[in-house]
Design a binder for this molecule. Structure first.
Ligand SMILES: Cc1cc2nc3c(=O)[nH]c(=O)nc-3n(C[C@H](O)[C@H](O)[C@H](O)COP(=O)(O)OP(=O)(O)OC[C@H]3O[C@@H](n4cnc5c(N)ncnc54)[C@H](O)[C@@H]3O)c2cc1C
Length: 306
């Protein structure tokens, strides 16, 4: 569909509708071609209106969080990108639970839990995504992951129905859930927590944070770990042992600090990152017979819309 037709389909569906929006502005890697339409809804009604318009015109919908686990290809994303942002950030706690809207960052939700003496989300204090992205990715660290603490979620399906779902409905696996395949949009998540000692929790997350600061290239744009860890080993160890630390293609570089991070040195292209990913996969396969599987989601098209 051309831009003018898209403008007539989506006019007024939400307070913020952007056309040909460069996704480089919406990913932590600062990489990505344009979305045909980027809709940032302010209310649930706008989410439903956006989904209904897309459905009526048979346009694909991609849901975006903070773009912290995405490699958007240089040609961008066709159809609709729906981003739940700051208007979906409310958080409330009750005695032993925390409920957050999906656009809230999981880091800030986890810190609120700690301040209120609720334990269970400390592992998420270094994960720079949204609550919706964390649930969808079954994000985890330090031995904890979302499926350990999720009590329920509210989702909207592509027919616009609002449903309450339980963890057993979501096909959780390592850094994966069935949310994408089912075409669901996560709107809220409720986490079941336990009473914890604030000071001890804070000490623990500070120690983790210090470790991350010295071991990860946090001052350069990245998506965190590019590859999943293979059973019983670490992708970073294998890539480093294959001699690839510091390897550069264009402005993308395998970090010289942590070999499972690829950093953007400035205006890197998705094609550069993908070439480095293939290089790492080939080298690790040839040297160690281990197949590296991407943890990052690669989405979009190689070529721009004409
Ligand atoms: C420096 C750095 C460190 C990181 N460390 C970790 C770590 O320790 N552990 C870890 O697990 N990850 C880590 N990550 C990766 C990333 O932060 C997580 O995967 C995070 O959960 C992604 O959330 P997001 O909002 O950015 O989602 P996005 O990257 O925007 O999207 C990821 C997937 O979730 C889907 N999605 C997003 N929001 C919704 C929604 N509301 N409804 C339905 N689907 C949705 C998208 O369609 C996509 O398929 C790190 C990333 C960086 C940059």
């Amino acid at each position: 569909m051309d831009r003018r037709s898209l403008e007539s389909v989506f006019a007024g569906v939400a307070q913020s509708v952007l056309y040909d929006e460069p996704l480089v502005r919406h990913t932590t890697w600062r990489i990505g071609g344009p979305a045909d339409v980027l809709i940032i809804p302010g209310t649930l009604t706008e989410v439903k209106a956006a989904l209904a318009s897309a459905r009526r015109h048979e346009l694909p919908v991609f849901v975006l969080g903070r773009g912290s686990n995405l490699l958007v290809k240089d040609g961008g994303i066709r159809g609709v990108v729906l981003k739940l942002g700051d208007d979906f950030a409310a958080v409330e706690t009750s005695e032993l639970s925390l409920t957050a809207l999906a656009g809230r960052t999981i880091v800030s939700a986890a810190h609120i839990a700690i301040r209120r003496g609720l334990s269970g989300l400390e592992f998420a204090t270094g994960i720079p995504g949204t609550v919706g992205g964390a649930v969808t990715m079954n994000a985890g660290a330090h031995g904890g992951e979302i499926r350990d603490v999720l009590a329920k979620a509210t989702v909207i399906d592509r027919a616009g129905e609002v449903l309450e779902v339980l963890p057993q409905d979501l096909a959780f696996a390592y850094r994966h859930s069935g949310i994408g395949e089912k075409g669901l949009v996560v709107v809220t998540a409720t986490f079941a927590l336990t009473a914890g000692d604030r000071v001890k929790m804070q000490e623990r997350v500070r120690a983790w944070s210090r470790r991350r600061i010295v071991s990860q290239p946090l001052s350069l744009p990245s998506c965190g770990s590019v590859f999943r860890n293979p059973p019983g080993d670490f992708s970073a160890r294998l890539i480093e042992a294959a001699g690839l630390k510091g390897q550069r293609i264009g402005n993308a570089m395998i970090s010289d600090l942590h070999a499972n991070f690829i950093v953007n040195l400035g205006q890197a292209q998705a094609a550069d990152v993908m070439a480095l990913m293939r290089l790492a996969q080939t080298a690790v396969w040839e040297r160690f017979g281990v197949k590296l599987e991407p943890e990052v989601r690669v989405v979009g098209e190689d070529e721009a819309r004409r």
